[in-house]
Design a binder for this molecule. Sequence first.
Ligand code: OGA
Ligand code: NI
Length: 354
Amino acid sequence: MEGVKAMNRDIITQDAAMAFADHHLHIPDRFVRADEVPAAGEVVVVGGDDESSELPVVDMARLLDPEHREEEIAWLGSACRSWGFFQLINHGVDQAVIQKMKENTVQFFELPLEDKNTVAVRPGGIEGFGHHFRSSAGKLDWAENLIVQTQPFQQRNLDFWPSNPPTFRDSIDKYTMEMSNLTMRLLRFMASDLGVEEEPLLAAFRGKRQSTALHHYPPCRHPEKVIGIAPHSDGFGLTLLLQVDDTPGLQVSNGGRWHPVRPLPGAFIINIGESLEVLTNGLYRSVFHRVVVDAERDRVTVAVFQDACIDGVMKPLPELGEPRYHAIGKSEYFKGHTTEVVGQGERFIDTLKK
Ligand code: OGA
Ligand code: NI
């Protein structure tokens, strides 16, 4: 198993595109992972009686209202500590910017394969249009994705930014700027919950890498045979997910079971990444999640990843006491996170725990 890449990207071939289009006829072996999907744990029924199995909903309007602020900050904090995930409503992000981003993302995925492949991923690369495979068997996810680095500005590589639809680059630019701002607003409330000073936490995120992933999960007549994204925990600091439609698919691991997320109209789904888990000295959790595919409907999402570190190093904020993780250089961490094979259900950062 040594040296096997845990995450890798591949160009989308005409064969793969045909499999997505004709999935009721035949599902090629490279996508079939029936062994992994049912084996990965019990799925909680959506809409069951057990309300505690629903993802917490955090209300930005309450965070901003002096009368409810304290209570809502505690609620945000408990979501980050127990689930590592929450839905955010009344977030105040410009609706026109969100709408344009949604439209352009859908338009991009509707283009013919050869048009999308003008920004195709290159061998060994991460950015561009393609799909990923994470399992050691090299099985492919049932999805097509476009990944671009959106910050720092100087590191943008426009070779991977589609010029079709024509407004797409502008939409990505405006949308990701909004996500940077939203991240900073949320961090202030997190600092308050953690009882740390705002500035060191904000500084850990400011000017750091931001990557944006656009996902399209085509429907599959046999959803139990494939997976949209295999179980993983996010490597960056904070992930902000926009659901372009109301197709469910995201599932979050908690208490050894998978909890399907019921998309709330207009909400963002936000989760703690591994860098923020380490920064908070383990108080906030980066948890496993996965995407299952729908039998009938397409699903499209936009994920923005905000990275964080202190002077190029991933380590806990000094204010939070005796560090529970060994410090690691950012590039060494990134290599470990993407290439190291650790035990089933284990994350690379678990190997850094003291
Ligand atoms: C991711 C991710 C979930 C989704 O991009 O890391 O978990 O619903 N995406 O697309
Ligand atoms: Ni993820």
